[in-house]
Design a protein around this ligand. Structure first.
Ligand SMILES: Nc1ncnc2c1ncn2[C@@H]1O[C@H](COP(=O)(O)OP(=O)(O)OP(=O)(O)O)[C@@H](O)[C@H]1O
Length: 480
C-alpha cells in the first residue's frame, strides 16, 4: 500500500484527482491544507511520497520543502505548480525535489511520476540485509549468499561503504549489482540522503547527458526551459550509474571531471555548477579490457576501480544455489499463498546442472514458475520449467511466441497450472509489445490491455522487465 501525503489548500479538485489515481483501499491519501500541518504529518507519520503545492496559505512551498528535507531527505517530494511558479519549481529541483507537475494535473503524469517516486523511495528505504547465514525467511530485500565468493563480496561492500569514494561494482547481468549498490548506499554516511539509480544503457545517447547534467533553455530543439539534471538534483546523495561501460566516451570525460572537481556545466550552458555526489558505477562488461581497447577511458576506469565489489556468476557460487532456491521458494510461497517448503534433491540436481546465464534473476524466475506448478509441499523436478527456455527476458522477443508449441510442450498429465504458466508466457510478449506501441506510456498501455496500471506494473516486475522513467515529468516511461 502506498501512502501519499498531499499538502495543498486546493483540497477539492486536486484531492479528487489524487484519490482517483491512487484509490483506497490499495492506497492511502492524506490531505492537509497548510505547510505546518504537512510538516507535522511528516514528523508523526512519514509518508511514502509527498505532493506539495508551491503556494500555501501559511508559508511558501519551498520553505516547507526545506523542513521536510531536514526531517527525512529520502521521502520524494513532488511539487505542484501553476505556470507562474515554474521557475520556483526548477529551484526546488536544484534543491533535490523529485519532480514537479503543473496544475491542472494530468492524471497520467501524476500516476507515472508518483509511481516512479514510490519505486525510488522503496530502493532507498527498504533495507538490504546481507544474509550470510540465515536465508529462508524469503524477505524481499535479503541479499543472500553463503559461498566463499559471496562472503568476500559482502566484506567488500562493508569495507567500501564507509569510505566516501566512488565504487565500481562488476558482475554479469542478474548477479545482484543493484542490490549491492543499495547496500553500499544504505551503509554509507550518505544513507539519510537520496539515492538515485540510472541505467546508462537504457537511455538514448542523445538524452543521457541532459538526464545527468541538465540543460539550459534553448540548448537544443525542444529545450523550452531549463532542466535540472540528476547530479544537481541529487547533491549530497548517491547516484548509481548502471551499465557505465555503455556510456559514450564524450560523456565519460564529463563524469571524470565530476569525480575530480565535483563540477560540471549543464548542456548548452556556461555556468559552472558545483555538486557533491557519490558515484556507484556498475557494469557487466570487463571495463579494464574495454579501456585497453580504447572503448572506455582508462583514466576514468582507474578512478572508479579504486574501490571495487565483484559479484561472481551464479554457476561459480556452489552452495549458494540451494540457499537461494529455498530463499526464493519461501518468498514465492508467501506471494502466491502456497506452502512449498522443501526442494527435492533431484530438483536441486537439475538446477545444479544448468549454467544460469541470467544468474540469480533467472533462478528467481524459474523458482516462481516451478512454484506455480507445484502441488504438495515439496518442489519436485517435474515442476521445473525447461531450463534455458524459461529464462526471463528484459527485451521484447523478436521472434514472437508460438503459443501452440508452448502448450504442446507443457501439456502433460502432471501439469497443474497450465492456465497460469501459459498466461505468463503470453504476458512476456504482450506487455513489452504494448508498451513499445505506446512508447512507454503506462496509462495508455493499461487502457489498451484493459487492466489496472498497478496490476500491469506488478506483472512487469514479476517477469523481470524493468521500466525506467527516462526523462522528465513531461516525457514518457520506456522499457529497458
Ligand atoms: N544474492 C541475492 N540474494 C537475493 N536476491 C538476489 C541476489 N542477487 C540478485 N537477487 C535478485 O535478483 C534480481 C536481479 O538482481 P539485480 O537487479 O541486483 O542484478 P543486476 O546485476 O543489477 O542485474 P542487471 O545487470 O541485469 O541490471 C533482483 O530481483 C534481486 O533482488
Amino acid at each position: 500500500m502506498a501512502y501519499v501525503l498531499l499538502i495543498d489548500d486546493d483540497l477539492e479538485f486536486v484531492l479528487e484527482q489524487v484519490r482517483q489515481s491512487f484509490p483506497a483501499p490499495e492506497h492511502k491519501v492524506i490531505p492537509v491544507a497548510t505547510g505546518a500541518a504537512g510538516i507535522e504529518q511528516v514528523r508523526t507519520a512519514p509518508p511514502d511520497v509527498i505532493l506539495l503545492d508551491l503556494r500555501l496559505p501559511d508559508q511558501s512551498g519551498l520553505a516547507v520543502y526545506e523542513q521536510i528535507r531536514a526531517i527525512d531527505a529520502r521521502i520524494p517530494v513532488i511539487f505542484i505548480t501553476s505556470a507562474t511558479t515554474a521557475d520556483t519549481a526548477i529551484e526546488a529541483m536544484k534543491q533535490g525535489a523529485f519532480n514537479y507537475l503543473h496544475k491542472p494535473l494530468d492524471l497520467q503524469q501524476l500516476d507515472d511520476v508518483v509511481g516512479e517516486a514510490l519505486e525510488v523511495a522503496e530502493r532507498m528505504q527498504s533495507p538490504v540485509v546481507l544474509r550470510g547465514e540465515s536465508w529462508d525467511d524469503g524477505s524481499d530485500s535479503a541479499f543472500v549468499g553463503t559461498s566463499r565468493t559471496m562472503l568476500e563480496a559482502f566484506k567488500a561492500i562493508g569495507r567500501v561503504a564507509a569510505q566516501d569514494v566512488p565504487v565500481l561494482i562488476s558482475g554479469e547481468s542478474g548477479t545482484g549489482k543493484e542490490l549491492a549498490a543499495r547496500a553500499v548506499y544504505q551503509h554509507s554516511a550518505r544513507a539519510r540522503a537520496p539515492f538515485l539509480a540510472l541505467n546508462c544503457a537504457a537511455i538514448p545517447e542523445s538524452l543521457l547527458e541532459s538526464e545527468l547534467f541538465g540543460h539550459e533553455k534553448g540548448a537544443f530543439t525542444g529545450a523550452d526551459r531549463r532542466r535540472v539534471g540528476k547530479f544537481e538534483q541529487c547533491s549530497g546523495g548517491t547516484i548509481m550509474l548502471d551499465e557505465i561501460g555503455d556510456m559514450p566516451l564524450a560523456l565519460q570525460a564529463k563524469i571524470l571531471r565530476l569525480l575530480q572537481e565535483q563540477t560540471f556545466e549543464r548542456v548548452g550552458g556556461n555556468e559552472t555548477v558545483r555538486t557533491d555526489v557519490r558515484i556507484i558505477a556498475a557494469t557487466h562488461r570487463d571495463l579494464r579490457a574495454l579501456a585497453a581497447e580504447g572503448k572506455f577511458r582508462s583514466d576514468l576506469y582507474y578512478r572508479l576501480a579504486v574501490c571495487t565489489v565483484h559479484l561472481p556468476p551464479l554457476r561459480e557460487r556452489g552452495e549458494d544455489l540451494a540457499v537461494l532456491t529455498r530463499h526464493f521458494l519461501a518468498r514465492a510461497s508467501r506471494e502466491f499463498g502456497k506452502d512449498v517448503r522443501a526442494v527435492a534433491p533431484e530438483a536441486l540436481d537439475r538446477l545444479r546442472a544448468y549454467s544460469w546465464p541470467g544468474n540469480v534473476r533467472e533462478l528467481q524466475s524459474v523458482v516462481k514458475q516451478a512454484l506455480l506448478r507445484a502441488s504438495g509441499n515439496v518442489l519436485l523436478p517435474n515442476f521445473l520449467p525447461e531450463l534455458g527456455v524459461a529464462a526471463p527476458r528484459s527485451v521484447p522477443p523478436s521472434g514472437g511466441l508460438d503459443i501452440d508449441a508452448f502448450i504442446s510442450r507443457e501439456l502433460t498429465a502432471t501439469a497443474t497450472d497450465l492456465y497460469l504458466t501459459t498466461h505468463r508466457e503470453l504476458d512476456k510478449v504482450l506487455l513489452p509489445r504494448v508498451l513499445e506501441f505506446t512508447k512507454g506510456n503506462h496509462r495508455q498501455a493499461a487502457r489498451i490491455l484493459g487492466i489496472a496500471r498497478q496490476t500491469m506494473r506488478s506483472k512487469l516486475r514479476g517477469l523481470g522487465i524493468h521500466v525506467t522513467h527516462l526523462v522528465s515529468s513531461d516525457e514518457d516511461d520506456s522499457v529497458e
